[in-house]
Design a protein around this ligand. Structure first.
Ligand SMILES: Nc1ncnc2c1ncn2[C@@H]1O[C@H](COP(=O)(O)OP(=O)(O)O)[C@@H](O)[C@H]1O
Ligand SMILES: [Mg+2]
Length: 375
């Protein structure tokens, strides 16, 4: 083997080592345990988002990683080094607080260059770096402006540039978009993601907004009451939620109860006996078996609605249209089936207008339904 080959292998091994490891992290405020054993490995260059309802411990976790709050038990390993006891300025992490925490008496350039100044960078090198950072966030002509003369989105960019100034190993972002209006949130979301990918900077993002989390992340960590409920890519979380809470948290969902009657091992064709009769699906999971009581996770956009399915009867249920709401790109319908109501999204509202005054409709349940085993 050549020397080059060996170095290559070593580089690869280095790159495979996680950048950040959280090991069984606990945090108490008095008797109140707000983090109850959180463990996770974050890969180099990955954008991981902690998402969960308000109060579940997201900010606390980010502050622990940044060193702004002390840990009650567990370990934080950054690039192979245990950093539990290091003060924030000696950790190779930078945090963007939810309210940006910019210095109001300083200009944009002074804010962005603050960390460099503290670290005693020479003036010319600092000026060049600040210029580079302001260009990166498209604020190159705003260097002399005071913070209070900036819009919310511009302040967000300054905070982001300031956090990146010393090229931290891990960037921590606490609800960075929550103070912006809806349209700007979408724009900034994309900008952050693009920059993060370009700089290949390991990022821990925190938000309570499940749609933002899905759009921006490599992986989501869904939290509830100080515990991780599920870790996975946005698709895994949406298509194969681990439980009812997650299924409902990452989008609208219709649940249907049933019992698995049979599973064909070769074709994976699975018959579920429900209160509306037998439905057939193609099983794509191995955590359920014949005889199990299950909840079928039926997403509103996966169901098709028609006035009459013709001869087709498998997986077709009859219902009555209860409501129809046209919303431009989508029509939201509710259909009463038996004594339950199902939410159905139609992505071709022009075609869907035929349902507007229909009372009897047919609903086809897809074969791709995910099952949750009932406890
Ligand atoms: N400094 C503190 N002292 C006491 N309790 C706190 C403190 N900070 C947060 N908490 C409590 O910890 C829990 C988690 O809070 P937080 O991490 O801010 O949640 P999130 O960011 O997910 O909304 C909440 O119940 C909150 O009231
Ligand atoms: Mg918070």
């Amino acid at each position: 083997m050549t020397t080059k080959g060996v170095t290559g292998d070593m580089d690869r091994k280095e790159n495979e080592k996680p950048m950040l490891i959280l090991k069984d992290i606990h945090k108490f405020y008095g008797n109140n345990e707000v983090l109850k054993g959180v463990s996770l490995e974050v890969r180099r260059g990955e954008l991981v988002t902690f998402v969960g309802p308000s109060g579940c411990g997201k900010t606390t976790l980010l502050r622990l990683i940044g060193g702004f709050t002390d840990i009650s038990a567990g370990d934080i390993i950054l690039d192979g080094q245990r950093i539990n006891d290091l003060p924030p300025n000696l950790r190779d992490t930078r945090i963007c607080f939810q309210n940006y925490a910019l210095f109001p008496h300083m200009t944009v350039a002074e804010n962005v260059g603050y960390g460099l100044k503290i670290n005693k960078w020479p003036k010319d090198k600092t000026a060049a770096r600040v210029r580079e950072l302001l260009e990166m966030v498209e604020l190159d002509t705003f260097g002399d402006r005071m913070i209070d003369k900036l819009s919310g989105g511009q302040q967000q960019r300054v905070a982001f540039a300031r956090a990146l100034s010393l090229e931290p190993k891990v960037l921590l972002l606490d609800e960075p978009l929550s103070n912006l209006d809806a349209n700007l949130r979408l724009v900034m979301r994309e900008e952050i993601r693009k920059l993060q990918e370009r700089l290949h900077i390991t990022t821990v993002f925190v938000t309570h907004d499940q749609f933002e989390a899905m759009a921006i992340s490599d992986r989501l960590v869904v939290m509830k009451d100080g515990l991780i409920e599920q870790v996975g890519t946005p698709i895994e979380i949406y298509e194969r939620p681990a439980n009812e809470f997650i299924a409902g948290f990452v989008g609208y969902v219709n649940f249907m109860e049933g019992r698995i009657e049979s599973i064909d091992e070769t074709t994976c064709n699975t018959v579920v006996n429900t209160e509306y009769g037998r439905l057939e699906i193609t099983l794509e999971q191995d955590d359920v078996k014949t005889g199990d009581d299950v909840l079928m996770v039926i997403r509103p956009e996966s169901v098709s609605l028609s006035l009459d399915c013709g001869d087709k009867s498998q997986n077709v249920l009859c219902g009555a249209l209860k409501s129809y709401m046209y919303a431009g790109s989508i029509a939201k319908c509710t259909v009463t089936i038996g004594d339950r109501t199902m939410i159905i999204d139609q992505y071709n509202p022009r075609d869907a207008q035929q349902f507007q005054h229909a009372d009897r409709v047919e609903v086809e349940i897809p074969r791709s339904v995910h099952l949750l085993k009932k406890k």
